[in-house]
Design a binder for this molecule. Structure first.
Ligand SMILES: *Cc1c(COP(=O)(O)O)cnc(C)c1O
Length: 460
């Protein structure tokens, strides 16, 4: 009798199995190797046949997440264009390519022509300068909160930051801009009231202790009725630096969002510095932009804490590509034509109804989101499903996140690239089983629909 151990395939030959080679590319060789070793143990113990070692390793790995990262891609069908819980702006294809290109070694801080050290992220800074000629200089940090902290540290150490009581904004997850600023040691000098603050209120508070005047865009709430606020131009006449936190990162005015502040206008009106996020309406990676007067940007850039807020090469690559490349997805979603959205909704609902799914095309109201433009409704179109689909779609693969409204699960198409319509239809058909099992209703006719060939390609 031959010793069965003899026949256990060697680790290297099992690892050469194409399925395992492929798995090693995403999961890493160590993880795949440990699955192989485990399968070899099982073969030695007689639990599986020696020729099944590769199969067993593959099966063990298939139970794992399909990538080395546990973050899963989500299709955003919420109709909220900038959704903080879903990672805010999805990167453009150009930005994704740039990130891929910069992922290895790259010349982020190196001059390939001379072999000497170069200015870090020069390409992104030049792209910003080109996008906002009004800005004399630019600096990039990790996010807008960091930009504000750095401005406070560099321009108001031991001094006062004068700001309106109507602009004491909580940005989310319990973080508040006044507390953020106070954490730097700067003192906050609140002026005016919740609903009304005049330029005189600021003027009376300004003195030798003033570091700067801060204007914060109330980006996630609206105060209506008996209200007034001082404009950037009025504040700029006060002879102290005015820092404007515009929030969303519009670099120039956008016709669809007339009330949303933008960097160019704020600087033209006399702001010394503008701060903004990179991953809201700008549509790029998480980043904080500081734009404005060269001498002040230089003070911000050279502050010791700037090093702690430095962005990595991936952010710089994605930011530059967002600025230089084609319209990013956030802007495409904002500008999408509602009649085209409606046509997509009709096609998708039709394809689903043909398979027995209770799906209807409905009109809907999308929103810009916590990233800006509170109160602005973007006319949109959605596929309306029974409410139970919300849970099933969210836990599907890929995860599709819709929104529940008046007892229906709406899949809003404004925030979905048309390229994904087919995938969403397939996800709904996949969810039918789960929904039906939960509701105890007869199964819809999904036979053959999984392949989804009957869904017409989208033209928009
Ligand atoms: C979103 C926002 C912030 C915070 O920006 P992050 O990039 O998330 O740090 C600060 N101020 C305003 C007005 C905002 O809208």
């Amino acid at each position: 009798m031959t010793d069965p151990r003899r026949r256990i395939p060697r680790t290297d030959s099992v690892l050469a199995d194409p399925r395992l080679t492929k798995a090693a590319e995403v999961l890493g060789r160590d993880l795949v190797k440990s699955a192989v070793v485990e399968a070899q143990h099982r073969a030695r113990a007689g639990e599986i046949a020696p020729e099944d070692v590769a199969d067993a390793a593959d099966a063990a790995l298939s139970g794992r997440p399909c990538a080395a990262s546990s973050l899963r891609p989500v299709l955003n069908a919420t109709g909220v264009v900038v959704h903080t819980n879903l990672g805010r702006a999805p990167l453009s294809q150009a930005a994704v390519e740039a990130v891929r290109g910069a992922a290895g070694h790259t010349d982020v801080e190196f001059d390939l022509a001379t072999g000497a050290r170069g200015t870090r992220g020069q390409g992104a800074l030049t792209a910003l300068a080109d996008a906002v000629p009004q800005a004399g200089a630019a600096h990039v940090v990790n996010n807008n909160a960091a930009a504000l902290v750095l401005c406070a540290m560099a321009l108001a150490p031991g001094k006062e930051i004068v700001l309106s009581r109507g602009e004491l904004v909580e940005i989310g997850d319990g973080f508040r801009i006044p507390e953020l600023l106070a954490s730097t040691g700067a003192r906050l000098r609140e002026v005016g009231t919740t609903n009304r603050t005049s330029v005189t209120d600021y003027a009376e508070a300004i003195g030798p202790d003033t570091g700067f005047v801060l204007k914060v865009h109330p980006s996630n709430f609206l105060v209506t009725g008996f209200t007034s606020a001082a404009s950037v131009a009025e504040l700029a006449a006060l002879d102290v630096p005015v820092v404007v936190d515009i929030g969303s990162g519009l670099l120039t005015p956008h016709p669809l969002l007339p009330d949303e502040p933008d960097a160019t206008s704020a600087l033209r009106d006399g702001a010394a510095l503008v701060t903004a996020s990179g991953d809201k309406l700008l549509g790029g990676p998480q980043a904080g932009l500081v734009l404005g007067e060269p001498s002040l940007v230089q003070r911000v850039r050279r502050h010791p804490a700037a090093r702690a807020m430095r962005v990595d090469k991936l952010t710089l690559a994605a930011l530059e590509a967002t600025l230089r490349g084609p319209r990013p997805p956030v802007v495409a979603a904002l500008e999408a034509d509602v009649t085209q959205l409606a046509a997509r909704a009709e096609r998708m609902a039709g394809a689903l109804a043909d398979r027995g799914v209770d799906a209807r095309a409905v009109s809907s109201a999308a929103a810009v989101g916590g990233g800006g433009a509170p109160g602005v409704e973007l006319p949109s179109a959605a596929v309306a499903l029974p409410e139970e689909y919300a849970d099933a779609l969210r836990s599907g693969n890929p995860a599709v996140v819709g929104r529940v409204e008046r007892g229906r699960c709406l899949l809003d198409l404004r925030t979905l690239d048309a390229e994904n319509d087919h995938t969403v239809v397939t996800a709904v058909l996949d969810a039918v089983g789960t929904v039906v099992a939960g509701a105890g209703r007869p199964a819809a006719d999904t036979a053959g629909a999984r392949a989804g060939e009957d869904v017409p390609p989208c033209t928009s």
